[in-house]
Design a protein around this ligand. Structure first.
Ligand code: F6P
Length: 372
């Protein structure tokens, strides 16, 4: 019988427990394997903290939020231990041998795919299941967590209309999504936001103000603006593009490392400064502006039906992949089917919203401004 390790890493997301349960029930019930659950993501793996999960442990978790195993954002090759960054890959390889694991299943997003790839290169049989509320993992239609977060953000956009309308205000709501705009775009379209700002479509304050004034002339003295946390102005986007070009053209590894630091700093400082934008819009329109940051509410609570179903499907497909001896892959969602995608094609890549995506076209067609 096989011994399979499982862990969840990166930000928590609704559907993680459904996926643990889906994989675990298939692994134990269908295939007769032993399941070892590591605590707190890659950190628990490095520290060899685990418990064996049996059928009873997997019972009653389908509908729960968060992750029963705990999580962390640690990097396997640079984990903070006693105040210094250490390469924990050799320790992890030792633990996997000691624990006699045949395979390790990693549930996570982009960062986890990179960690999983490093472990794969170190000789561990890994399998990745795509989790993130950001929907930014390449080569899969979607990831568990996204659908529930989209519903929560949509409800927020809905509810903000009441106050915006009653008080004749501009309400900006900052929506998660990391570097990609999927969540803000989806919630903005579904919630009928008047303006949607995305990292993929740099904005100008003038264009947004113009849209708000146009609405006012037509009798709507309020506007709801959905702001992706990664959205940036045209000027900031140009600066970032310039910094990214420096990375690409760097003539030595040292220069490249320096240029990369520059990009990171810009990415951090330009993350939608929604409060500044609110002040700018207030000044440009004369309307009162308010900000609501949705934050972790978007990741919390019970998964919706779509995420329970997706987590279960991908988990079961993951167990079948291991039974077939398929490793070094991510289990991708493809319509009503699943596919196995090599981890090397996933790790380090980001799925942005294409500028000609149907959701963008639909937003424009119903009169929503994108600030460009
Ligand atoms: O990846 C999910 C996500 O919620 C992003 O949307 C957001 O940028 C990030 O995680 C927040 O991370 P943390 O949990 O470390 O604050």
């Amino acid at each position: 019988t096989k011994r399979i390790g499982i862990l969840t890493a990166g930000g928590d997301a609704p559907g993680l427990n459904a996926a643990i349960r889906g994989f675990g029930k298939a692994a134990i019930g269908e295939h007769g394997w032993k399941l070892i659950g590591f605590r707190d993501g890659m950190r628990g793996l490095a520290e060899n903290r685990y418990t064996e999960l049996d059928g009873a442990a997997l019972s009653g978790i389908l509908t729960t939020g968060g992750t029963m195993l705990g999580t962390s954002r640690d990097k396997v090759h640079r984990m903070m231990v006693d105040g210094e960054a250490r390469d924990m890959i050799p320790t992890i390889v030792e633990n996997v041998e000691k624990d006699k694991l045949d395979a390790l299943v990693c549930l996570g997003g982009g960062g986890t795919a990179k960690n999983a790839r490093r472990l794969m290169d170190a000789g561990i049989n890994v399998l990745h299941l795509p989790k993130t509320i950001d929907n930014d993992i390449v080569r899969t239609d979607t990831s568990f967590g996204f659908s529930t977060a989209l519903e929560i953000a949509t409800e927020a956009v809905d509810r903000l209309h009441s106050t915006a309308h009653s008080h004749h205000r501009i309400i900006l709501t900052e929506i998660m999504g990391h570097r990609a705009g999927w969540l803000a775009l989806g919630a903005g379209v579904a919630g009928g936001a008047d303006v949607i700002l995305l990292p993929e479509v740099p904005y100008s304050v003038e264009a947004i103000a113009e849209k708000i004034q146009r609405r006012r002339k037509q009798g709507s003295s309020f506007s709801v603006v959905a702001v992706a946390e990664g959205a940036r102005s045209v000027k900031d986007a140009e600066e970032l593009a310039h910094a990214q070009a420096l990375v690409k053209d760097a003539s030595s590894p040292e220069l490249k490392a320096m240029a990369k630091k520059g990009v990171k700093a810009l990415e951090a400082s330009h993350r939608a400064n929604t409060f500044t934008l609110a002040e700018q819009l207030e000044a440009a329109t004369g309307l009162e502006a308010r900000v609501t940051i949705l934050g972790y509410v978007q990741r919390g609570g019970t998964p919706n039906a779509a995420d329970r179903l997706l987590g279960t499907r991908l988990g079961v497909a993951g167990a079948n992949a291991i039974a077939d001896g398929k490793y070094g892959v991510m289990v991708a969602d493809r319509g009503h089917d699943t596919a196995l995608v090599p981890l090397k094609d996933v790790a380090g890549k980001v799925k942005y919203v294409p500028r000609d995506h149907e959701w963008i076209k639909a937003a424009r067609a119903v009169g929503t401004a994108l600030g460009d």
